[in-house]
Write a protein that binds this ligand. Structure first.
Ligand code: GTP
Ligand code: MG
Length: 149
């Protein structure tokens, strides 16, 4: 089973979409193994988005992400990274299909309400950055009905 780091950005929190977004991952069959609400510092967000530090939109991105609390969580399940990204939709919400989170709830790239890790290695880094205390290991009774074995 793979893990991915998912985050509801400040606009998603302010727009009261926490329940709907978390619900999509639960309903799909993913197991949530860590979750917390954080009002992140700019230093922390600069680490999270370090790969983008030379982009012209970087200062605006950090300001947006620091503008309010986010909901950070970790999903675990089959192909969690790629499937998580597919569930979010494209970076630009106008290019996201209806049925995806961005395709259903937002309109512009700079307010695209959610984040998902883009590769297994970035998921590992992001989980370590946001959950240095570790994730919660537990048995979920749904798994035997979600998977064949
Ligand atoms: P994340 O899941 O948030 O990492 O998005 P992503 O992987 O789909 O896109 P990427 O990592 O390239 O960019 C990170 C975030 O920066 C995006 O989700 C947007 O919020 C923001 N961003 C990316 N490109 C642009 C842009 O051209 N303009 C603006 N204003 N914001 C951008
Ligand atoms: Mg990204």
């Amino acid at each position: 089973r793979e893990r991915s780091f998912i985050m509801i950005k400040p606009d998603g929190v302010q727009r009261n979409l926490i329940g709907k977004i978390v619900g999509r991952f639960e309903e799909r069959g993913f197991k949530i193994i860590a979750m917390k609400m954080v009002h992140a510092t700019t230093e922390h967000l600069e680490k999270h988005y370090a790969d983008l530090k030379n982009k012209p939109f970087f200062p605006g991105l950090i300001k947006y992400m620091a503008s309010g609390p986010v909901l950070a969580f970790v999903i675990e399940g089959l192909d969690a990274v790629k499937t998580g990204r597919a569930m979010l939709g494209a970076t630009n919400p106008l290019a996201s299909l209806p049925g995806t989170i961005r395709g259903d709830y937002c309109l512009v790239t700079g307010r695209n309400i959610c984040h998902g890790s883009d590769a297994v290695e970035s998921a590992e880094k992001e989980i370590a950055l946001w959950f240095p205390e570790g994730v919660i290991e537990y048995k979920d009774c749904e798994a035997e009905w979600v998977y064949e074995d």
